[in-house]
Design a protein around this ligand. Structure first.
Ligand SMILES: [Zn+2]
Length: 110
């Protein structure tokens, strides 16, 4: 028994990840790269912001400020979750229509 594995959310993908107790939904790098650039950069932007606030929280001693910053950080992770559910998951679970259209638009530079 080597512990639970979390599968990539793309049902046609066979990759799994070591379950770390964090998110129960993950996408592998290969499937992530099939998404349109706009979707990927939005996703990365949320993560970048969340990490930025995490670092600020760790550096701050003032409890009141920490509470406020934690609220901002929580809102960002909520937005990240919404973005995941609205933009990433549907494209990987049923990628046929939206993804091919996005790929086409990206190809022609729109
Ligand atoms: Zn995958």
């Amino acid at each position: 028994m080597t512990g639970a594995r979390t599968p990539c959310i793309n049902p046609r993908c066979r990759r799994t990840f070591k379950a770390d107790g964090g998110s129960d939904e993950v996408v592998c790098g290969k499937c992530f790269r099939t998404l349109a650039e706009a979707v990927r950069s939005e996703h990365r932007r949320y993560w970048r912001e969340i990490r930025k606030w995490d670092r600020r929280i760790l550096r701050t001693a003032d409890n009141l400020k920490v509470t406020r910053m934690a609220a901002i950080r929580d809102r960002l992770s909520w937005q990240l979750a919404l973005h995941w559910d609205a933009e990433i998951k549907p494209r990987l679970i049923a990628p046929d229509k939206p993804e091919s259209l996005d790929a086409f638009l990206e190809e022609v530079g729109l």
